[in-house]
Design a protein. Structure first.
Length: 195
C-alpha cells in the first residue's frame, strides 16, 4: 500500500530520518491518538469485510476522490501502516506511518493516477481476539488493465474488541525479481484461502 506499493529507493540519510520519525511516532501514548471517524458496521463485521473495505477504500479511477474517512474508520487509534523496501545501497528498510500520514503521502498519487488493488489469495491465523492475515495483492492503474504493475503481500494484524474488527497493522512488501512471491501465497497454493 504506498502509491501503495511503490516504495521509493531511499538514500541512507533519508532512511535514518524515517526510522527516527517512526520511532518517535511509535512512542506516542495511545491516549494521544485521534479517535477514528464513525464506521460502517458492515465494514468491520468480519475479517472478510474489513479486508474488502480496506482494498475498496484505496481503489478508484484517476480523478476520483477516495472516501478517506471510511479508510480511517477501519484502523485502531494506535494503528500503523508499514511499507518495506530497499535502500539505494541494497539494504532493507521499513517505515511506519499512521493512517493519517498514509493518506497525506499516498492520496495525491492514488487519486491522480488511478489505483485498483485486489486480493488474489489469503492465509488467515486466528486466536482469541487477534488475527493475522497474509493477503496477496495485485495493483493496477485501471480496473480493465490486463496485467498488474505490482504484486506483493499485505500482512494484516487485526483485533476484535468484542463488537467489531480493527486493523492494527498493515505491513507490506512488493514482489521483486529477486524476491518472487512463494507459490503457497498465490491462488491455488497449498494452504492459501480464497479472497
Amino acid at each position: 500500500m504506498e502509491t501503495m506499493h511503490e516504495f521509493p529507493v531511499l538514500r541512507h540519510t533519508i532512511a535514518v530520518v524515517a526510522v527516527a520519525v517512526a520511532l518517535a511516532a511509535g512512542s506516542a501514548p495511545a491516549s494521544a491518538q485521534q479517535a477514528p471517524p464513525a464506521t460502517r458496521p458492515a465494514d468491520v463485521a468480519s475479517i472478510d469485510a474489513i479486508l474488502a473495505a480496506v482494498y475498496d477504500a484505496i481503489s478508484g479511477p484517476a480523478g476520483q476522490a477516495r472516501n478517506w474517512d471510511r479508510f480511517r474508520s477501519l484502523f485502531h487509534p494506535a494503528a500503523r501502516l508499514i511499507p518495506s523496501g530497499r535502500t539505494a545501497e541494497g539494504g532493507r528498510v521499513a517505515r511506519a506511518m499512521t493512517p493519517d500520514e498514509y493518506v497525506t503521502r499516498s492520496a495525491p498519487a492514488l487519486e491522480r493516477d488511478g489505483f485498483f488493488e485486489i486480493e488474489i489469495a489469503r492465509r488467515v491465523e486466528e486466536y482469541g481476539s487477534i488475527a493475522h492475515v497474509f493477503s496477496t495483492y495485485e495493483s493496477r492503474r485501471t480496473s480493465q488493465d490486463e496485467k498488474p504493475f505490482m504484486r506483493g503481500i499485505n500482512s494484516f494484524q487485526l483485533f476484535h474488541d468484542g463488537s467489531r474488527w480493527w486493523v492494527v497493522t498493515i505491513f507490506w512488501q512488493g514482489e521483486s525479481a529477486d524476491g518472487p512471491i512463494p507459490a503457497k501465497y498465490l491462488p491455488g497454493g497449498r494452504g492459501a484461502g480464497s479472497p
